[in-house]
Write a protein that binds this ligand. Structure first.
Ligand code: TMP
Length: 215
């Protein structure tokens, strides 16, 4: 059986981590081999890069340097984890991938989209996810959730991006929606403002349908 590559995207507070965990449990319980991973990170080297990227002390990071660090983390991750898992027929669930770079560094930071796409072709060799679930929520609602989470839990970091202004996250959201519109065959947009149960049910239906068709 050939592997299936599913990515989760969305702004801060869209509920990605919860939903990806629920889906991993569901698929594992139904006997599917699942690889659960994330970006930036997903490998020991990528996790080092993640530390630099998410450290509030990296405030002075140049936007192009930042872009290249995300790209470096992805290149390592794709070759070390994602492609081998797909080769073994596993379902790879990845929390963020190339679309995050287009949405955050492109639409959010304002870096040239064509440059990001060109870099992405080098990094991924054109390998795209088979399915991308976009958890869509308004910037203000997402940030309110993310801030609540940060203050109620000890996190690895306060989150450099969560300190960005709402307008930035609004641009990121619009960027994601534009990407989804451009590639409707790959993207499924899910309304993430609903309860985790409702969102989870819709995601399971989408993924079940997709797996049925790919068998
Ligand atoms: P997360 O683990 O909470 O999703 O955090 C990762 C952060 O990194 C999030 O704020 C989005 C950001 N990010 C980018 O800006 N570009 C990228 O390519 C990726 C993968 C993440």
């Amino acid at each position: 059986m050939k592997g299936v590559f599913v990515t989760f995207e969305g702004i801060e507070g869209s509920g990605k981590s919860t939903q990806i965990g629920l889906l991993a449990d569901y698929l594992t319980a139904s006997g599917r081999p699942v690889t659960l991973t994330r970006e930036p990170g997903g490998t020991p080297i990528g996790d080092q890069v993640r530390k630099i990227l998410l450290d509030p002390a990296s405030k002075g990071l140049d936007p192009v340097a930042e872009l290249l660090l995300y790209a470096a983390s992805r290149a390592q991750h794709l070759r070390e984890v994602i492609l081998p898992a797909l080769e073994k027929g596993r379902v790879v669930l990845c929390d963020r991938f190339s679309d995050a770079t287009l949405a955050y560094q492109g639409h959010g930071r304002g870096l040239d989209i064509d440059m990001i796409r060109a870099l992405d072709r080098i990094v991924t060799g054109g390998r795209r996810p088979d399915l991308t679930i976009l958890l869509d929520i308004g910037a203000a609602a997402g940030l309110a959730r993310a801030r609540g989470r940060n203050s109620s839990r000890e996190l690895e970091h306060e989150g450099r991006f969560e300190n960005e202004e709402t307008a930035f996250h609004h641009r990121v959201r619009e960027g994601y929606l534009a990407l989804a519109k451009e590639q409707p065959e790959r993207f499924r947009v899910v309304d993430a403002s609903r309860s985790p149960d409702e969102v989870g049910r819709e995601i399971r239906e989408i993924v079940d349908d997709m797996l049925r068709m790919s068998n």
